[in-house]
Design a binder for this molecule. Structure first.
Ligand code: NAD
Ligand code: UDP
Ligand code: UDP
Length: 343
């Protein structure tokens, strides 16, 4: 049965992951929903390396087996094809709930499904956490701030979100997911954590997922013009994936519910980003202007004071250092392995 493969004791006594000297830390049993996706697969790598047993739950909408295939055959790794909109029975110590498409192109593809994933999917994972007494971490988003009227964004800001727009399935879906998370915390004493993630990039991003970093990098590599939407003066703050994973793990292991902004405060216009891509890949890469999408937020930059103070976390990898790491992965995936050597 479910209890017989129990491999670990809850490490609740060891707050912050700090195990007394001489005592070997017992592995935890951890579910990562959306673990075959971009962020999830990097998180899984870190958890497995730490000695935990990981169960990935993913419906492969935007995730890929290739992202976790290197763990196949490891007895500490399990992959379940499952849609979180359906109930799920498991016994674990922690739940990292990431399942949800993150790129605007993907989450707008079937907006009602995006809402179901955020609302029903999150409800199911909270119901699971309640039943088994697991700690639950929600990956929310900077999009809960909408087109922000406060800059940079602090966690206490309530946001400026259009409830009936084309991005609402995601923004409002995540806002509801946060609400559900807090209500299970207050009403059912579930131990919860909320991360508000700002734009993140790195290896394993879907090459054609439509997000700006993956688009510019793939376009520059393919000698296609980089598509700048609108006037290119809108800003985003780009975080390298390893920094995010470190923040998520500190948040899960720490004592604070959050919400916490997890992002890199380095702010760039899309034109500045295009320039960094030119410097990294091809100084001759061209830029082409395209009409912007509806409801596009004008600015976005995290205030990370709270995470610095309470989690002892801040990003370490700048855009200029992180981008080349992503470029060599994209080069290999676009042109094949032989192209990796000159990356
Ligand atoms: P991703 O699209 O690469 O990964 C999402 C994963 O969830 C995929 O593997 C997908 O197949 C899976 N999934 C989607 N719907 C599902 C469902 N109904 N049931 C089971 N699995 C499902 O995206 P990502 O960038 O890795 O994002 C991970 C999480 O982080 C998401 O919750 C996203 O909202 C959040 N986030 C990401 C960013 C970012 O910049 N990457 C920013 C803010 C928030
Ligand atoms: N749920 C689940 N796995 C569990 C426990 C619950 O998927 O181990 C789902 C359950 O199907 C329900 C949701 O989580 O749809 C909320 O569960 P809860 O027990 O909080 O509410 P209730 O079932 O009483 O409505
Ligand atoms: N963007 C762009 N060119 C692209 C894709 C996106 O200029 O090829 C812009 C987009 O209009 C937005 C910013 O880049 O202002 C970030 O878009 P993305 O889809 O990456 O993330 P999000 O809007 O969710 O922050």
């Amino acid at each position: 049965g479910y209890y017989s493969h129990r491999v670990a004791l809850p490490a609740r006594g060891f707050v912050g992951g700090k195990v007394p000297l001489g005592l070997k830390r017992k592995g935890l049993r951890i579910v990562v929903t959306g673990g075959a996706g971009f962020v999830g697969s990097h998180l899984v790598d870190r958890l497995i390396a730490r000695g935990d047993s990981v169960i990935v739950v993913d419906n492969f909408f935007t995730g890929r087996k290739e992202n976790v295939m290197h763990h196949f055959g490891n007895p500490n790794f399990e992959l379940i094809r499952h849609d979180v909109v359906e109930p799920l029975l498991l016994e674990v110590d922690q739940i990292y709930h990431l399942a949800c498409p993150a790129s605007p192109v993907h989450y707008k593809f079937n907006p009602v499904k995006t809402i179901k994933t955020n609302v029903v999917g999150t409800l199911n994972m909270l119901g699971l956490a309640k039943r088994i007494g697991a700690r639950f971490l929600l990956t929310s988003t900077s999009e809960v701030y909408g087109d922000p009227l406060q800059h940079p964004q602090v966690e206490t800001y309530w946001g400026n979100v259009n409830p009936i727009g084309v991005r609402s399935c995601y923004d409002e879906g995540k806002r509801t997911a946060e609400t559900l998370t807090m209500d299970y915390h207050r009403g059912a004493q579930v131990e919860v954590r909320i991360a508000r993630i700002f734009n993140t990039y790195g290896p394993r991003m879907c090459i054609d997922d439509g997000r700006v970093v993956s688009n510019f990098v793939a376009q520059a590599l393919r000698k296609e013009p980089m598509t700048v939407y609108g006037d290119g003066k809108q800003t985003r703050s780009f975080q390298y994936v390893s920094d995010l994973v470190e923040g998520l793990m500190r948040l899960m292991e720490g004592e604070h519910v959050g919400p916490f902004n997890l992002g890199n405060p380095g702010e760039f216009t899309m034109l500045e980003l295009a320039k960094v891509v030119q410097e990294t890949i091809d100084p001759n890469a061209r830029i082409e202007f395209r009409p912007n999408t509806e409801d596009d937020p004008h600015k976005r930059k995290p205030d990370i004071t709270k995470a610095k103070e309470l989690l002892g976390w801040e990003p370490k990898v700048s855009l200029r250092h992180g981008l080349p790491l992503m470029v060599s992965d994209f080069r290999k995936r676009i042109f094949g392995d032989h192209a990796g050597s000159d990356a």
